[in-house]
Design a protein around this ligand. Sequence first.
Ligand code: NAP
Ligand code: HSE
Length: 439
Amino acid sequence: MEQVTLGLVGGGTVGGGVFQALERNGALLSLRTGYKFHVAKVVVRDLKKPRPVPIPSELLGTDWRAVVDDPAIKLVVELMGGTSTARHVVRRALEIGKPVVTANKALLSAYGEELFALARKHQTNLYYEASVAGGIPIIKVLREGLIGNRITHLYGILNGTCNYILTRMKLEGLEFQEVLDEAQRLGYAEADPSLDIDGHDAAQKAGILASLAHGFWIRPEQVSASGIRTITKLDIQFAGQLGYTIKLLAKVKQIDPGTGANVRSKIQVSVSPTLVPNDHVLASVNHVFNAVFVRGDVVGDTLLYGRGAGQDATASAVLSDLADAAFDLRNGVQSRIPPFVSHERNRGILPLADEVSPYYVRLTVIDKPGTLAKIATLLGRAKIGISSVIQPEGHVGESVPLIFMIHDARHASMTRAMSQIGRLSVVRAPAVMIPVEQF
Ligand code: NAP
Ligand code: HSE
């Protein structure tokens, strides 16, 4: 049986998971692919570090260059994370014509355009199934399964840490900070948890999916992102009473500009806490699970669901890339399907200011006659329509919550109106403003 010799650059959570999964299912993978996958070297930073998944000491090393340049190593698997050394690792491997498998969404988000061009130039390939939504094979689905569709809408719960936190806040009535510590302990959160909770991790993944779905590269700064720090258990309770669940939702939508000569649709790519109707399937995606809901113009609605983070789920995605890489090596092709299909000219990204949505708004106000009238006047002047107002019973004291459900409004109009409302003397805290998705 032919052998593919691998160099793993990174032997942490994911690297250890891949090593372990190859021990467990390597024989199965060989049966299915006709290749034996042999790990020749695992690069780590600290040789003495205790490793939950034991890796034989003779395989460990600290010199990534020696591994990437080793002529015996045919496939480089970058699982170190980050965007500095990892970029050098991937660049070097591609420059000498070696295919690379990576799980690194931060790297792809920042340098994907450069790296895919480099792979093309050196007639090799870059595989990245594990970079988005862990064990869910969404890259393969977009590149292959839905290749005959225009993707009009894609919605994703793409950050396991945030989904875990929001789920426990909802089910157990906990506050944000109480749950964050446990998400870190369980290894879901990135080393810097602000990447998760401020929406950057989900934005990187959304940018990669949007680029794939729409065929032109979308830069990370074009993805508007807000996180879940400001969400309180009060918002989760009120959203529940109104029939919604709050999720950190990535949205990739083709926005029709209406009629007009030479007017092209733009793409909305954003990540924000969002009210999802309880009867929509994404509302019941709980804990660390991810889901991606894709609407194609031929297929209609599809849903993929699975673990978006963690050792085994991510290792499963890496194994899938190893198999693809082996097939491509055997067939002597750069890639059966191009890694990133650049088939469209840049159609333009809809600025956040122009995004239109219904909104949930929670204000903290002084409970006295005239308060509601003042707020309604400012909303009316901004031509923002109110669909309902609730002042929930049972809140006593000087400040009480006041909830508005708002009809479709431009983001820019909403932020301007909220800033005016925030200056009223009867308003005691910044407004919480969350878009509502009707799918
Ligand atoms: P990790 O546990 O921190 O592992 C990183 C590994 O790389 C460690 O073995 C570390 O060595 C090694 N490393 C880091 N910098 C190095 C350097 N300069 N030289 C040599 N070795 C170095 O990270 P991870 O969670 O496995 O994540 C790896 C990648 O997978 C990241 O891109 C991440 O975004 C992505 N990913 C992770 C998950 C997940 O659930 N964890 C899910 C999907 C994608 P030591 O072991 O000696 O520290
Ligand atoms: N921190 C990420 C998450 C890991 O919580 O989803 C997977 O990319």
